[in-house]
Design a protein around this ligand. Structure first.
Ligand code: SF4
Length: 345
């Protein structure tokens, strides 16, 4: 059993001295907390900082987010991945405008009725922005508590998560709930780290930690075997006509929905196959190969650069500047975009 008062004061005084300066902590209003928490899902803090600053500068209010053009929104998110997050942010902002007078609700039920807000995000918003007694147990907090309590169960199991959530809940302070939750996340991100050995020597929670006492730090958390990703081969065509490049918009639903891409097809085509498809091309050459890993699929891409003599009747013709400023090209195709922007194609 973790001694509550001692645990709270140790954790909070460590947080006061060691917390990182992060832009969403300057002014933790509900909108800022919400946007930062959505960006931080599956993404490292260092990566999120410039995206957050740019996003808030351009869309400073929920109303601005609800009205932004989809292409511009995707451009602001370009490179962060998991684009369904930003689509849901806008959908939820529209809900807030229509149902809650543009003000993010401050109760769990209404918050969780918004698209993309589940129990973790609502807990983070309610505790950090409204100082309400809710837990915000993310992967970092799960790992820290699995170790603190030397939990022998699979951390991915819903029952294990439930057990850990109720332990965290029993330790919540009356005041500074948001700081308490953020301190736990911070310990998980910077001390009791996900990869490699945790820095137990520098950990303020060491005296409470059963895994440390039992020498089980490297065995806990117990994890499920990862599911195997489906591998997919694709051939990408960088098509150039009249100093412009052809891109196309992906379908509204599914992987990378609504984003722009260079035309591509399934399978690895060889030069003869490509010459057969683009038989009237001015020139064709093979360019870089690349790889991109999504949560459930792995793409192995081969690329061809094709200079056309005639325009195609499909796709959108764009300049290199349009690619830079207007159209959101997902990270999976960045290799080809960089070759264009670098003047190599
Ligand atoms: Fe994690 Fe080590 Fe701290 Fe335990 S003592 S919480 S294992 S960093």
């Amino acid at each position: 059993m973790i001694p509550k008062k001692q645990f709270q004061s140790t954790l909070l005084s460590w947080y006061d001295h060691s917390k990182r300066i992060l832009p969403w902590r300057d002014n933790p209003n509900p909108y800022h907390v919400w946007v930062s928490e959505i960006m931080l899902q599956q993404t490292r803090v260092e990566t999120v900082i410039p995206y957050f600053n740019r996003f808030i500068e351009e869309l400073p209010t929920i109303q601005a987010l609800s009205q932004v053009d989809d292409d511009r929104l995707n451009k602001l998110w370009e490179g962060l991945g998991y684009y369904s997050r930003v689509r849901n942010l806008k959908k939820a902002a529209i809900q807030v405008e229509e149902q809650y007078n543009g003000i993010l609700p401050c109760n769990q039920e209404d918050l969780e009725s918004l698209v993309g807000i589940g129990s973790y995000t609502s807990g983070a918003i309610l505790s950090i922005a409204f100082n309400q007694p809710f837990t915000a147990v993310d992967g970092n907090v799960l790992r820290v508590f699995a170790r603190l309590t030397a939990n022998p169960n699979n951390i991915k199991d819903p029952n294990t998560k439930k057990m850990i959530r109720s332990t965290v809940e029993s330790l919540l302070p009356k005041n500074r709930v948001g700081d308490f939750n953020q301190a736990l996340m911070e310990i998980g991100a910077t001390v009791c780290k996900p990869n490699g050995k945790p820095d137990c020597l520098y950990c303020p929670l060491q005296t409470f930690c059963l895994a440390n006492q039992k020498n089980l730090v490297e065995d806990i958390p117990i994890k499920q075997v990862k599911s195997i990703r489906r591998k997919e081969q694709r051939t990408v065509f960088v098509l150039k006509y009249n100093n412009k490049y052809i891109i196309e918009q992906r379908p509204d639903k599914g992987l990378l929905a609504g984003l722009y891409q260079f035309p591509n097809i399934e399978g690895h085509l060889n030069m003869t196959d490509v010459q057969r498809i683009y038989k009237d091309a001015f020139s064709i050459k093979q360019i870089a190969s690349s790889k991109h890993i999504f949560s459930h699929i792995e793409w192995a891409l081969v690329g061809y650069f094709i200079e056309l003599q005639e325009p195609l009747d499909k796709g959108i013709l764009v300049s290199a500047e349009d690619l830079l400023k207007t159209y959101s090209i997902p990270t999976a195709f960045q290799t080809y975009k960089k070759l264009i922007l670098g003047g190599l194609l």
